[in-house]
Design a protein around this ligand. Structure first.
Ligand code: ATP
Ligand code: SF4
Length: 331
């Protein structure tokens, strides 16, 4: 694999769910993820943002094969995840882990912290002797900023922020290379959010972790992401290096999301754009550009033609008819 090949590649991902609206009604299809392509470089934090229901969590689950794709491919370090049989997938899972939004729901309430971490190590046959495992558990707790004496406690004996640290320790136990953090700090207060983000950033720096960071909170993303991808109704609207995206968003949806950040220096430069109405139902998405029903710049053309995600400059991709000058044409 060449140096420039992304560590994680999502190629033409589609995920459709069949939903039944009532007895005797024909099932309808929700396109939760509708033809999504992107790559994540080794060691980068790739943030996936967008309103609730845009398909972010589904993308995260497809990348880890916690959900099966309807079509498309996922390559991680060159391995086609979807081609792996049950045993190979189980072995590969050591390299890919997930941190969920609600640490309380994702931690077994009947297990002490050390039992949980022991279990994670045992599943993958790591640190075989009892002593080695105990040392590893102490090391993990220290990494996430928890005192080792906490290890004999149960999840309910911890605060929300501490529980999220335990989730991170459990994900790290198996020395993964790729982590999907799905709204990992959303349930926490601002000071705990900042602390958990610091833990994640240290892990990225110290271990070169590659991360998909899913969030609806642009202010949090600004602090952590190298690259940002913006989703809306199952489609990718814009992908850009974080600095460029926050400085000069190209897609009208990104512009609206950024205008809502309550950070004085950003707010001062930008006019607040209130997104009108709700996101349309994914059961009946708009024709053409899916954002057109809320876009102040929509034209007749936008209702008829789906804008392709087009590269507009190195590393920048936009799906909007206002930005269809491709990199090749502009050179
Ligand atoms: P949130 O932040 O609220 O989780 P999201 O951007 O992560 O939102 P998803 O959870 O991926 O979005 O959901 C995308 C769409 O797919 C939504 O319309 C959701 O209702 C639908 N969906 C997700 N999972 C299922 C499922 N198991 N069955 C049916 N529909 C689903
Ligand atoms: Fe707005 Fe048209 Fe661009 Fe869609 S393609 S974001 S409707 S201008």
């Amino acid at each position: 694999m060449s140096e420039s090949t992304p560590f994680v590649q999502a190629l033409g991902l589609h995920k459709t769910y069949a939903v039944h609206s009532g007895l005797g009604e024909k099932a309808k299809k929700i396109r939760a993820v509708d033809g999504v392509n992107f790559g994540i470089r080794r060691g980068e934090v790739f943030a996936l943002v967008g309103e609730s229901g845009s398909g972010k969590s589904t993308v995260g689950k497809l990348l880890l094969r916690l959900e099966e794709v309807s079509s498309g491919r996922v390559l991680i370090d060159g391995t086609d995840l979807l081609s792996l049989g049950k045993n190979d997938l189980r072995a590969f899972r050591r390299r890919i882990q997930m941190i969920f939004q609600d640490p309380f729901a994702s931690l077994n309430p009947h297990m002490r912290v050390n039992e949980m971490l022991h279990e994670a190590l045992a599943i993958h046959g790591l640190f075989k002797s009892g002593n080695q495992r105990n040392e590893r558990i102490a090391e993990l707790l220290q990494l996430v900023g928890l005192a080792p004496e906490f290890s004999s406690r149960y999840p309910h004996e911890f605060s929300g922020g501490q529980r999220q640290r335990i989730s991170i320790a459990r994900a790290l136990a198996v020395e993964p290379e790729f982590i999907v953090a799905d709204e990992a700090v959303s349930a926490l207060d601002v000071s705990n959010q900042a602390q958990i983000i610091n833990v994640l950033m240290d892990l990225k720096t110290d271990f070169g972790l590659t991360m998909l960071f899913i969030s609806h909170n642009m202010a949090v993303v600004q602090n952590i992401a190298d690259t940002v991808a913006v989703m809306y109704l199952g489609k990718m609207m814009e992908i850009a290096p974080a600095k460029d995206l926050f400085r000069s968003p190209k897609h009208p949806y990104t512009t609206a999301l950024l205008s809502a950040i309550p950070v004085p220096e950003v707010a001062r430069e930008r006019k607040r754009i209130i997104l009108q109405g709700d996101m349309p139902s994914p059961l009946d998405p708009p024709s053409g550009c899916v954002f057109r029903t809320r876009c102040s710049q929509a034209s007749e053309h936008c209702a008829q033609v789906v804008p392709a995600l087009t590269q507009t400059s190195p590393g920048r991709w936009v799906a909007c008819h206002l930005h269809q000058t491709t990199l090749t044409e502009s050179l």
